[in-house]
Structure formats: C-alpha cells, structure tokens
Ligand binder design. Structure first.
Ligand code: UD1
Ligand code: MG
Length: 466
C-alpha cells in the first residue's frame, strides 16, 4: 500500500475573546515568541512546510506576516464560526490528503514527539477520528470525553455539560487525527445548536460514531503539553512553565542561574558553559552568550551576540549589538542597536552608545554619549564626552582613530575626524578635524584675577558697616 498522504492543520483564526485584547490570540507571546510560532515549529519538525496549513481569519494579515518565514500554507476563515467551521473552510485545500492531524494554535507546549504519537496511532488504527486526550486533575474549561469502552461516543463542552459529566477528568486536548474522506462526508451535519452558537469540531465525535464510524482516543504522556492560552491567567502560567524549563535546560548545560524564578530568558537564547547569570536578569530574543560570562542583576539584553569572558555589571541595557571577548560593561551602560564593542573594550557607568564601534581595548568609562561613531583601538574617551551626531535634520559620523586621548567633558560636533594618536584637551568643543599626533584645544583660555576675591569680600564688609 502507498504511504498515506498526511497534512497538519493548525486552527489559528479565532479572536481570543477571553483575552480581552485588540491583538489576535495566537500572536500573544509566551517565552518571547507568539503562541502560533511554537505550534508551527513543532508541526514543521513532523511534516514538510508544504503539508502544513494554518487556518487564519481574525487579523489574518498580521498573523500571516508574523509567521511568514515558516513557509507553510494559509487558509482563510472569514467570518469565524467555530472550530468545526474552521475545518469546513479548509475542505478544498485538504482534498489531496488521506489523513489530517489538527492542532490548536493557542496550545504552544505541544512537542513533535506527541504529534508523531497521535499521527502514528491514528494511521495505524485507522479510525475516522482520533482525539488526543489527557487526564487532568482540574479539567475545568475543557471538553470532556464520553466513551463506551475503547470507543469515544461524544465530546461535551464545559458549558453544555451536566454536573455528572463535569466530574469526568478525561479531557479533549483540541488535537485530533481525521480520515479526510470521513470528516468531509459528515462535516455538514454540524450545527450551531449550542451555547456559543458555533460549529464545534468536537461534535464530529458524536456525528461520526452515530454513523458507525470509529472514534478513538490516545492519551498524551505529559498533560502540560496540551495547555491552552485562553485567558491572561493561562497565558502567564504557560509562560512561567516555559521559562522555568528554559532555565533548567541552560543549567543542565553548565550555566549557573542564581534565583532562576526571577530571571526571564526567552526560548531561543543560547548561553555557553560556566556563564553566571545573577538574579533579576532578562535575556530576550535571539541573544547568544558565550562561555565564562557574568551577567549582573537587573540587566536587560535583547538580540545581542556576546563573546566569551565578558563582564556585564549591574543594570545594563544592551540591544541588537555585538560584544567581543573579554569586554567589560556597566554598571548602568546603555548599548543601543547597531553597536560593536570589540575585544577587551570597556563601557562604563552612564555611558550610552548607538550605531558605534568601540575598538579593541578602548575605554569610555563614565557619563558619555557616542552616537554614529567609529572609535579605533586603545582610545581613551574621557568622562562626560559627547558626540553631537544630529544637526536637527541629519545624522553625522564621528571618527576617532587608534590611540587617541579625548579629555573629559569634550564635545565633538560631527562630522569630525580625530587623527591617530591625537590629544583633545579637556573641556574642548571641537567642530573641525584634528590631524594625527596633534593637540586640539577648543576652549577659552583661562584668566586669573589676583586678589579679586579678597577685594570683593572687603567691599561687602564695608557696605555692611555703613
Ligand atoms: C477547544 C475544544 C475543547 C478543548 C479545548 C482544548 C471546541 C468546540 N472545543 O475549546 O473541547 O478541550 O479546545 O484546548 O473545539 N479557532 C479557529 N476558528 C474559529 C474558532 C476557533 O480557527 O472559528 C481556533 C482558535 O484560534 C484556537 C483553536 O481554534 O487556536 C481553539 O479554539 P478555542 O476557542 O480556543 O477553543 P477552546 O474553547 O479552547
Ligand atoms: Mg483554546
């Protein structure tokens, strides 16, 4: 027999009324990524993207765009009249397949192994419908599975269940296998005669079993995998579970995380061994951190590449930047997008940088702003240095060549180039390029008025005596 053709269908068209949000439910984030991204990620590990279909509807363009990289197909469900209606709209797209595996776009903890288990059970047993079921200590909110022996007879939704049925702890996870022919032969029998006025996909269990078709269930090994994010409480519960799992995964790979419950580490973050993460740290997005790094408390790092042996002290905010090996940052440094902090460079307290390269072993240690700057190697940028990169209309570049010494409280009005090995006197305001190896002074000459203070005080005393 030829191998059965199998598609995976992800229901993702719903509004998510219970979240009370202007954003579509499946784009709400857990672990730093949209719910739907996880379900697609698991699905595409089991099937080719060309055999994966997401049913979108509410804010369809936004949803599509958010996951367009995945290369999967989309089916439009407009308006959204329930999970059964979602499958009705996909009828044509699914005709070429023998079986479909249906997943819920709001249940992000599903693993490829469980999808394979559902698929293999469904294909080998060959019923019209297989329900992935779970035994929950608290089944509130989920559809309950009603069965006679092996065979499922019905799924009853929470709002339609009798008090006796509400005691059933075996629930419908919202993941199914269907034989395509059987599903679409009977799907038009669904009705909206229920408390939500929707076409429930779950009613297919009763319709199929009454039509003498087989409906079976298979249990998920880990019930946590099927949790759905229907309310804000459920959403943050899932987020918490994912973050705890992420910290444990990193710790198993040799990362020390002190007080992990206070840290927020996104799903795609990578961290090398012997790196230490202090309490209350956030590491977000696509951040990769090397080995032997220390991340100080209250630092927030997003989408950064950080090398080995880097020391990030308390309270740094680092975004979309590269940090080289053995560099040191903080406390309280703000590295904005587009920076490259090279090996052994130092960025100190209250230093802000944007689109700036700070060369190898260069230092900007105190109270400084470097924007649109290219700083060479072994440069010392004194306390309080400011690059004036913006003239009100355009941004301009500052180039500081190797070995330059910038005195404290200097203002560099861009565009400007400070030549190799030059010195800038403290307190200078420079508007012109500085040739290499020279000294630039851009400030008023100091004037001394001897005895001025004594005379002033004497004058004041005489006035008082009058
Ligand atoms: C559903 C099941 C319930 C099960 C639970 C598991 C039904 C009627 N009930 O309830 O038995 O225990 O999942 O999590 O199916 N969607 C569409 N189009 C629509 C409506 C929904 O694509 O018209 C999508 C949603 O975006 C969501 C998924 O289908 O991703 C499930 O819908 P949801 O409203 O969350 O169903 P539940 O109430 O959770
Ligand atoms: Mg749900």
């Amino acid at each position: 027999m030829a191998r059965p053709r199998i598609a995976i269908v992800i229901m993702a068209a719903g509004k998510g009324t219970r979240l009370k949000s202007k954003h579509p439910k499946v784009l709400h984030e857990v672990g730093g990524k949209p719910l739907l991204a996880y379900v697609i990620g698991a699905a595409t590990q089991v099937a080719e993207p060309k055999d994966v279909f997401a049913i979108v509807g509410h804010e369809a363009d936004r949803v599509r765009q958010a996951v367009s990289q995945s290369g999967i197909n989309f089916v439009m469900q407009k308006p959204q009249k329930g999970t059964g209606h979602a499958l009705m709209t996909a009828r044509e797209a699914l005709q070429p397949y023998d079986h479909i595996i249906v997943l819920s776009g709001d249940a992000p903890m599903i693993t490829p192994d469980t999808i394979r288990k559902l698929r293999d059970f469904h294909v080998s047993q060959d019923p019209a419908m297989t329900i992935l079921a779970a035994m929950l200590a608290d089944p509130t909110g989920y559809g309950r599975v009603l069965r006679k022996g092996q065979n499922v007879q019905r799924v009853v939704e929470q709002r339609s269940a009798t008090s006796q049925q509400l005691k059933i702890r075996e629930i419908n996870s919202g993941f199914y296998g269907f034989k395509v022919k059987s599903l679409f032969r009977h799907i038009d029998k669904l009705s909206t005669n229920n408390p939500h006025g929707e076409f429930y996909l779950t009613d297919m269990a009763e319709i199929l079993s009454r039509s003498k078709e087989h409906v079976l269930s298979v249990n998920v090994d880990n019930p946590a995998e099927i949790l759905g994010a229907n309310s804000r409480t459920e959403l943050v519960e899932i987020d918490q579970r994912m973050r705890t799992a992420k910290c444990h995964e990193l710790m198993a790979e040799g990362v020390t995380i002190f007080n992990p419950s206070s840290c927020v580490i996104d799903a795609d973050v990578l961290v090398g061994s012997d790196t230490v993460i202090e309490p209350f740290v956030q590491i977000r997005g696509n951040t990769h951190i090397g080995s032997d790094v220390r991340i100080g408390s209250f630092s927030v790092i997003s989408n950064c590449e950080i090398g080995d042996q880097v020391n990030v002290q308390t309270g740094c905010v680092l975004e979309d930047s590269h940090i080289g090996n053995r560099a040191g940052l903080g406390p309280y440094s703000h590295v904005r997008p587009g920076c490259e902090i090279c090996e052994e460079a130092h960025v100190g307290n209250f230093v802000e940088m944007k689109k700036t390269r700070l060369g190898r072993a260069s230092k900007a240690n105190h109270l400084t702003y470097l924007g649109d700057s290219d700083v060479g190697e072994e440069v010392n940028v004194g306390a309080g240095t400011i690059t004036c990169n913006y003239d009100g209309i355009h941004k301009h570049k500052t180039v500081i060549e190797d070995g330059v010494f910038i005195g404290s409280d200097s203002i560099l009005v861009a565009p400007i180039r400070i030549g190799k090995g030059a010195y800038v006197a403290a307190g200078s305001c420079l508007t012109d390029d500085v040739p290499p190896e020279s000294l630039a002074l851009g400030r008023a000459r100091q004037v001394i008025k001897e005895s001025w203070a004594r005379q002033k005080r004497a004058g004041r005393a005489a006035k008082k005596a009058e």
